[in-house]
Design a protein around this ligand. Structure first.
Ligand code: ATP
Ligand code: MG
Ligand code: MG
Length: 347
């Protein structure tokens, strides 16, 4: 086949499209929002909603394989798409990453460690969960959260009603607060033939719940680094996964704790664009099209910094720096908290 269908036309869809194009593929992007970042690099764009099953069927008929840049694809849409073509990564990967409780049940079922967690639908659930898990804790909506949205910190039991109100009626999960020393992530890939390749773990710093920077290499002992990669490989193999996945980990004195997984290319993997011969975007395209996985070994140390909101005003200065590779997403409006681009500083 020669056309890759991508659900989602944000910056991840844009960079996937560029990588696909470099390997000789055409891309067809499906994106409900007008003027998406992927618009000018995709070969075709369908701007229709995920409720428009006719548009979805036409999209599926025009492509050879379907992948995605975000995990919240509605089930009814998947039913239509799957009739025509394989979706890679498949529905099981979506099911365990769309919903935080299913995700933690899956991870703990593999013998991996997560934060202690409990389902919360009412104030009495929350009070009982706090008795059990203790404070500090974090209440999160089970679905649709990203960049720290849909989360409330609970420092003391008295904070419970306000935290629950912030969930706005959505089902939630209470997580015990992990006292981590730092956060790392593994960007892992698995091919159609079952082979697995992991990039070197990166160290992530968040500001106001949004990824600020990723530094490669991460501060990890050799055994922690091996653990991180084995954890990622175990997750991908258990799902018979095809594609790139981001695995977020907390580093603690007693071991690595899995925060969450993302069944797609990941912001903390953007450093690979300037640190490796084959970056995460090409790796994902290779995996979903059945190519052999590429060489993801790191040829350079990199610090990736996200350019968020007004940071975009720093672009002229960054453009004069040595060894700084800019990646801009072509977004017209620099709203607060909006990811406008990133810079990879090669060391
Ligand atoms: P993403 O944009 O990565 O999908 P998200 O909205 O799904 O983010 P999380 O990754 O769950 O949110 O949380 C965002 C950040 O909040 C984490 O990277 C970590 O810094 C902090 N955090 C989340 N859960 C916990 C926890 N249980 N203990 C300590 N810190 C936490
Ligand atoms: Mg998340
Ligand atoms: Mg996260």
């Amino acid at each position: 086949g020669s056309t890759i269908g991508i659900l989602g036309g944000g910056q991840l869809g844009r960079m996937l499209s560029v990588a696909a194009s470099r390997l000789g593929y055409l891309t067809h992007i499906y994106e409900p929002a007008a003027n998406p970042p992927a618009e000018h690099v995709a070969h075709r764009l369908t701007t229709a909603s995920y409720d428009d099953l006719t548009a979805l069927a036409a999209f599926a008929a025009s492509v050879d394989v379907i992948t995605y840049e975000f995990e919240n694809i509605p089930t009814a849409a998947l039913d239509v798409l799957e009739k025509t073509h394989p979706i890679r990564p498949d529905r099981r990967a979506l099911a365990v990453s769309q919903e935080r409780i299913a995700e933690k049940d899956f991870l703990t079922g593999l013998g991996l460690t997560t934060a202690p967690y409990a389902r919360v639908t009412s104030l009495s659930d929350l009070t009982a969960a706090l008795d059990h898990i203790g404070t500090p804790a974090i209440l999160k909506t089970t679905r649709l959260g990203y960049d720290g949205k849909g989360q409330a910190r609970i420092m003391a039991p008295a904070d419970a009603p306000a935290a629950l109100a912030q969930m706005d009626g959505a089902e939630a999960v209470l997580e015990g607060f992990i006292d981590f020393s730092h956060e790392v992530s593994v960007i892992a890939a698995r091919g159609l033939d079952g082979s697995v390749a992991c990039y070197d773990p990166g160290e992530n710093v968040h500001r106001s719940g949004i990824l600020h920077s990723t530094t490669i290499p991460a501060r990890l002992s050799p055994s922690q680094r091996t653990d991180a990669i084995l954890i990622a490989a175990r997750i991908l193999n258990a799902l018979d996964y095809v594609g790139v996945m981001g695995v977020e980990l907390f580093v603690t004195p007693t071991g690595l704790i899995v925060n969450e997984i993302a069944p797609r290319v990941h912001n903390s993997g953007h450093w690979t664009q300037n640190g490796c011969a084959v970056d995460q975007f090409e790796q994902h395209i290779r995996a979903v099209t059945g190519w052999p996985l590429g060489d993801g070994s790191r040829h350079s140390d990199v610090v990736m910094e996200n350019l968020i909101g007004d940071d975009i005003a720093r672009v002229p200065a960054i453009a004069r720096e040595k060894n700084a590779a800019l990646h801009l997403y072509g977004k017209a409006e620099a709203r607060a908290g909006r990811k406008m681009g990133h810079v990879n500083r090669v060391k």
